[in-house]
Design a protein around this ligand. Structure first.
Ligand code: ADP
Ligand code: F6P
Length: 483
């Protein structure tokens, strides 16, 4: 029986070694949270990195690790510390991530990063080749593994390979600055289907293929030797039911059953009627525009001082890529900003910003989503942004206002949200005011449409569509080669 091989840098769980034992924590990020609901562990195998380096893994624990992962339908590609430094912290997150998010000033073109990236991509490709059978479908994910499709296709030309990019694909003018641009495109073209979140990313990719490789491109088909590679957009959805049902269950919890965080949020509401909570949740990443958001909040409070003591901003930032210098600097910048603004604007009854720098369990994310009146998400560039979708899914009574950056992929599907330009403080101040004042009926009317769309186009439908286009593409390609 054929199975689906999911391959991504991170596995859905991250392993940690402490006191000589091993523990597993769920991975954070759109890819992991989204694909988790597609991976059932029976008809799929998920190959990826466990988060541990070979140096950090006592040999005696390896069999237990492999067994624990196998029980969850996972297999690991083990990486040395040097490989993690060059491949993950290096080329993936100091070259491609900033470049593809239009942060040219942060982008480092470093040959040794590239070489390690190639070497580690080969490791992942070898793991696929070792674990897959002839009828299996291989689904490669994201910018850390862009060379894998070609590496697999070279050794197994009959393989069915799909690739999905979870981050933006930048415009040709940006992409062309990368020294290894042709190799990256050729790596991707080992796939039979290449998927993006939005039509714009798809167009940018096709334009780069046309201009840098001079290949024949008809609509969204690329002709290469005797193959046809399809390119399409598939906006990723969320596990709507899981978020919505968790929120319904949360509404029903009484007294002691409620979490400490939820009790604190309940107390806040009871003690300050008429005030509103604004929520932002992101990985601590410069692409998410967290520092600008905090500055814009200060701007709002100074422009409309009558909202002091009426609005509080809750920032939940999950630690991310903390070995990369830009992320360390950002952490420091945000710590200082929050400290300064709270120091300058707090009153005895009110602190403008509550800042949490940590990962939170699913239950607490639900507490925050359901308790906050406004979600304010301001990425400067974001492939999709699933947090926007998760917030809407948890609004059981359909109230709540979503303020969303037009630079997020999700903005294309979420027109009923209040869309903003994260660089425009004036517009954001006015939008926060509008969100505060928005009548409940208007909130409900907007969210009704959003919820319907999210429920219908959920992550399962997203994955099924991708897989069905991939299978069709493969059989059409085979027919054309035969005739
Ligand atoms: P990205 O993939 O760039 O991290 P997304 O918004 O698409 O951005 O996905 C982020 C995912 O990580 C969401 O599913 C969200 O629920 C989860 N997440 C974000 N912050 C936290 C946190 N502090 N604790 C736990 N999960 C988080
Ligand atoms: O969605 C983009 C992405 O890089 C995913 O590939 C990844 O799961 C997530 O963000 C979190 O990043 P990281 O794996 O570097 O912690």
């Amino acid at each position: 029986m054929s199975k689906t091989i999911i391959i991504s840098n991170r596995l859905p769980v991250q392993l940690q070694i402490s006191d000589g034992g091993m523990s597993a924590i769920p991975s954070v990020g759109g890819l992991a949270t989204g694909m988790k609901s597609v991976h059932d562990g029976k008809n799929s195998l998920w190959i990826g990195w466990s988060g541990l380096t070979e140096e950090d893994t006592p040999e005696s624990l390896v069999p237990a690790i492999d067994k624990a992962l196998a029980e969850q339908g996972c297999a690991q590609v083990s990486l040395t510390k040097e490989e993690v430094d060059g491949f993950y912290f290096g080329f993936s997150n100091r070259t491609i991530w900033p470049l593809f998010h239009y942060f040219l000033e942060y982008t480092e073109f470093e040959l040794s990063f590239w070489e390690t990236y190639r070497q580690v991509n080969q490791k992942f490709a070898d793991a696929i080749l070792a674990q897959s059978g002839p009828d299996d479908i291989i689904w490669v994910h994201d910018y850390q593994l862009m060379l894998v499709p070609q590496m697999v296709k070279e050794k197994n030309p009959g393989a069915t390979i799909g690739f999905f990019l979870h981050i933006p694909f930048p415009s040709y003018e940006i992409f062309r600055t990368m020294p290894w641009r042709e190799e990256v495109l050729q790596g991707l073209l080992g796939s039979d289907l290449i998927g993006f979140h939005t039509y714009d990313y798809e167009r940018h990719f096709l334009s780069s293929v046309r201009r840098l490789l001079s290949l024949d491109v008809h609509f969204n088909d690329i002709y290469l030797d005797n193959r046809i590679i399809k390119v399409d957009s598939f906006p990723m959805g969320i596990d709507y039911k899981r978020f919505h049902e968790a929120a319904v269950a949360n509404d029903q919890l009484k007294g002691k059953e409620r979490s400490d965080l939820q009790k604190k949020l309940d107390d806040h509401k009871a003690s300050a009627p008429g005030t509103k909570l604004i929520l932002s949740i992101d990985r601590l990443d410069y692409s998410k525009g967290i520092a600008k958001r905090i500055n814009a909040f200060e701007y709002f409070l100074r422009k409309y001082p009558e909202y002091k003591e009426k609005m509080r901003l809750i920032i939940l930032a999950v630690p991310s890529r903390s070995n990369v210098p830009q992320y360390m600097l950002l952490k420091k910048e945000i710590d200082e900003l929050v400290g300064r603004i709270n120091g300058e604007l707090s009153t005895v009854n009110w602190t403008p910003i509550w800042y949490f720098y940590r990962s939170m369990p699913f239950e607490n994310l639900i507490d925050l989503y359901t308790s906050c009146d406004i979600a304010w998400l301001t990425p400067l560039r974001d492939g999709m942004n699933l947090v926007a979708k998760e917030y809407i899914a948890t609004r059981t009574d359909k109230t709540g206002v979503l303020i969303l950056s037009e630079m997020a992929g999700s903005a294309y599907e979420m027109n009923e949200a209040l869309l903003i330009n994260p660089n425009n403080f004036e517009q954001q101040a006015d939008t926060l005011k509008r969100a505060f004042e928005m009548p409940k009926e208007e909130q409900m009317a907007r969210n009704m449409f959003l919820q319907k769309r999210l429920e219908r186009y959920n992550v399962e439908v997203w994955a099924q569509e991708f897989m069905s286009v991939l299978k069709n593409q493969k059989s059409e390609e085979q027919e054309q080669v035969v005739t």
